[in-house]
Write a protein that binds this ligand. Sequence first.
Ligand SMILES: Nc1ncnc2c1ncn2[C@@H]1O[C@H](COP(=O)(O)OP(=O)(O)O)[C@@H](O)[C@H]1O
Ligand SMILES: [Mg+2]
Length: 233
Amino acid sequence: MLTISGLDVFYGQSHILRQVDLHVNQGEIVCLIGRNGVGKTTLLKTIIGLLAPKTGDIRFEDRSLLSLPAYQRAQMGIGYVPQGREILPRLTVRENLLLGLEARRTKKIDVGATLAEIFELFPVLESMQNRMGGDLSGGQQQQLAIARALLGKPKVLMLDEPTEGIQPSIILEIEAAVRKIVTDTKIGVLLVEQHLHFVKQADYYYAMQKGSIVASGPTTELTNQIIQQYLSV
Ligand SMILES: Nc1ncnc2c1ncn2[C@@H]1O[C@H](COP(=O)(O)OP(=O)(O)O)[C@@H](O)[C@H]1O
Ligand SMILES: [Mg+2]
């Protein structure tokens, strides 16, 4: 569904991504691992259209995304939860959620029913609807950020280190929610993650080092050696 091939990306003169190939299928969680600074966030930003690659292609449902601006990629179904969450602290939880609807092409949306589905997935958000986003805990903000992305009805959801700085019990809730989304809706997920338990929930992994994919395979084949080499655990 999402196919990245031969991608080279630069920041100015710095060559960040080198010949990156990666594929995400429908109904599959694909995890991208790698130590800090190897280029994981750069890859996600290139997919959503914030950075332009020098060479290579990004294809989604058999169409190249390269000529499309970021908002059109979002409308086509590329959902994104940035590293650090980026919820709006001075808007309420409900207002933050409604912003997620902006990514939809159709504006004929049953808001009540749509929010009810989201609250089933993340019950804590329902009771906190009228609180300011900035008053939520880190874990709740992450749930809000994921919920907001889901309201755009993505076909591929990209999550950049969703468990960074979050307490273990909430990590498990987030893991379970992501798995449920994939099972129920058959979307694809591209997950950048350092938390080993979550990495193992994925179906397939890619390991990145200095901007190149250096290992990949089903997560059942993740060895301790690969984990020690590429995860900051
Ligand atoms: N805005 C930027 N300008 C220049 N270099 C950047 C910028 N953002 C990131 N980099 C560099 O690009 C490399 C990859 O960064 P990033 O993709 O954020 O890594 P990761 O997400 O794997 O930790 C790092 O060396 C980082 O210093
Ligand atoms: Mg990053």
